[in-house]
Write a protein that binds this ligand. Structure first.
Ligand code: ZN
Length: 329
């Protein structure tokens, strides 16, 4: 393990990784750069990257360490997940992108062969075939992907590295509705929603990228932000086009930056759950957005609802529009 970590770190120096993630540092001395900290919000640069020691330190938030530590902190991953993520990013990627695209295509073909998948979509109120195709929604039945991909000439090692199969060689996504996540034209990850009793949400190792379908809404002056892809799909199906999704209530740095990149009003439409976690997250995010000059409004759904269940249980576009208009700063 120790040796692997060192090999990985040699393949990707910290400064290189930071630059690839749009960090801008100015040189100080022979082997140091200073810039704004990607781990906390600040206006004066206090984040130092040392190229000789291959480590960073921030005098603002007090965080420091090597690249693996940086990935852990910036992406909220465990040590192991960070290694997997780095491995994915540093291995020649043309193969990876192609395999993920073939996987997404394979899952899309499966969708219509499994009544349980279609009936699950139906219970989540998703029935518009045009939208299902547009979002490239598929189904992972489990037990079939590995055979299909190895028949197309992909090695076990590649599938394993992408997290498509587990250590025992079985398909990692099993009985899950699959939404591919794109960066530009490329599939960069897959989200799998369990239709059975398994843990509800699953992603492959590696980043989720920015906000879902951000390209479509980046020029909108009003954007509805939801936390789940089924919420996204429900709103799109109801005729709302200015929707995006953060895939959870915690926004990563890229996603937050996207929301802040122009003048706009963001309608935060998180779940109204019993433990209040969705609403607390919305309140916090609203405050951060306002601090960055973005107008934020919290949409209050009826108790116990998320945007998906709101529509599934009979809510319509007109009623949702009324909620948008009643949204509070
Ligand atoms: Zn910091």
């Amino acid at each position: 393990m120790g040796e692997d970590v060192e090999t990985l770190k040699r393949r990707m120096p910290l400064i290189e990784y930071l630059r690839q993630h749009n960090w801008k540092g100015s040189p100080v001395g022979h082997s140091e750069f200073v810039g704004l900290c990607p781990l906390h919000e600040e206006t004066q640069p206090s984040f130092y990257a040392n190229t000789r020691k291959d480590v960073f330190y921030c005098h603002g938030c007090g965080q420091g360490g090597d690249l693996i530590r940086f990935i852990q902190l910036s992406r909220h991953l465990s040590f192991r997940q960070s290694l997997a993520c780095l491995d994915l990013q540093t291995t020649p990627s043309d193969d990876s992108a192609a395999v993920l695209e073939q996987t997404a295509a394979f899952y899309q073909q499966q969708l219509h062969h499994y009544p349980e998948a279609l009936s699950y979509l139906n219970t989540r109120g998703l029935h518009d075939p045009v939208l299902i195709r547009e979002l490239d929604i598929g189904y992972a039945p489990g037990g079939t992907l590995r055979r299909s991909l190895t028949a197309q000439g992909h090695s076990f090692a590649v599938l394993r590295r992408l997290g498509l199969i587990n250590a025992r060689g079985a398909d990692a996504l099993y009985r899950r509705i699959v939404f591919p996540l794109y960066k530009g034209q490329h599939v960069i990850n897959l989200y799998g929603r369990s239709i059975g009793s398994a843990f509800a949400h699953r992603f492959l190792p590696g980043g989720k990228g920015g906000l879902y379908a951000w390209e479509k809404v980046r020029n909108c002056s009003e954007v509805i932000l939801v936390e789940g892809l089924f919420d996204y799909a429900a709103l799109r199906q109801a005729g709302f086009h200015n929707v995006t999704c953060s895939l959870g209530t915690h926004l990563n740095a890229d996603q937050f930056r996207q929301l802040c990149e122009g003048e706009r009003t963001v309608y935060l439409t998180f779940d109204v759950d019993q433990n209040q976690s969705g609403q607390q997250a919305a309140e916090q995010l609203a405050r951060r957005l306002v601090a960055h000059g973005i107008s934020a409004r919290r949409v209050l759904l009826p108790e116990g609802h998320d945007p998906n269940s709101f529509f599934v249980q009979g809510g319509d576009a007109h009623q949702f529009q009324t909620l948008l208009e009643a949204a509070q700063p």
